[in-house]
Design a protein around this ligand. Structure first.
Ligand SMILES: [Mn+2]
Length: 181
């Protein structure tokens, strides 16, 4: 299963289009969204081509399964317009014998999360900065933000397949980091 992982689109039609374009280019079979999908939030400037209705239409029309977790800028009404589940605070992916704890990052953080075992992974969004590091045996991963990257990081997303995590620059499509799990 080749999975495309994106977070913090924040209503940007431009970067939602980039996410879908790179997902197709990579031949991914599913899209995992880590929250903050439709709205900019009170602390952010409006992202490029801010248009939550367009983002809704693009994600709804997508021909691969989409799954999400809830971000701190996501509202209950979003579930009515988006056809995929996005109200869960976390989700658990099982990759062979390993767990991937998936969450936005405002409720559970790399410092405070349910017990995981060495070799498991904690995947989150929220901070708008890509992360790939090991903490106490747990692999901590963040795709960065599609629309509003911080700390000079690129507009970014991730691809996962067969134990390989890759970080993509959404503008160029280039892999700028990778990690073999
Ligand atoms: Mn955010």
């Amino acid at each position: 299963m080749k999975l495309f992982i994106a977070s913090d689109i924040h209503g940007s039609a431009y970067y939602c289009r980039k996410v879908i374009h790179r997902l197709r280019e990579e031949g991914c079979e599913s899209l995992l969204l880590l929250g903050d999908t439709l709205y900019h939030g009170p602390r952010n400037d409006l992202p490029r081509d801010y248009a939550p209705k367009e983002v809704t239409a693009m994600l709804t029309a997508l021909d691969v399964p989409v799954f999400g977790v809830r971000g701190n800028c996501d509202a209950e009404i979003d579930q009515t317009v988006l056809g995929f589940p996005l109200m869960a605070d976390y989700s658990l992916l099982l990759c062979g014998t390993r767990r991937v704890f998936v969450t936005h990052g405002h409720l559970y953080t790399p410092e405070e999360h349910p017990k995981l075992c060495a070799g498991d992974a904690f995947l989150f969004g929220h901070i708008h900065v890509p992360v790939c590091e090991e903490r106490d045996g747990i692999l901590v991963l963040n795709p960065g933000s599609a629309a509003i990257p911080k700390e000079q990081s690129p507009h970014s997303a991730m691809v996962y397949e067969d134990g390989l995590f890759r970080w993509l620059d959404l503008e160029s499509g280039e892999t700028y980091r990778q990690y073999r799990w």
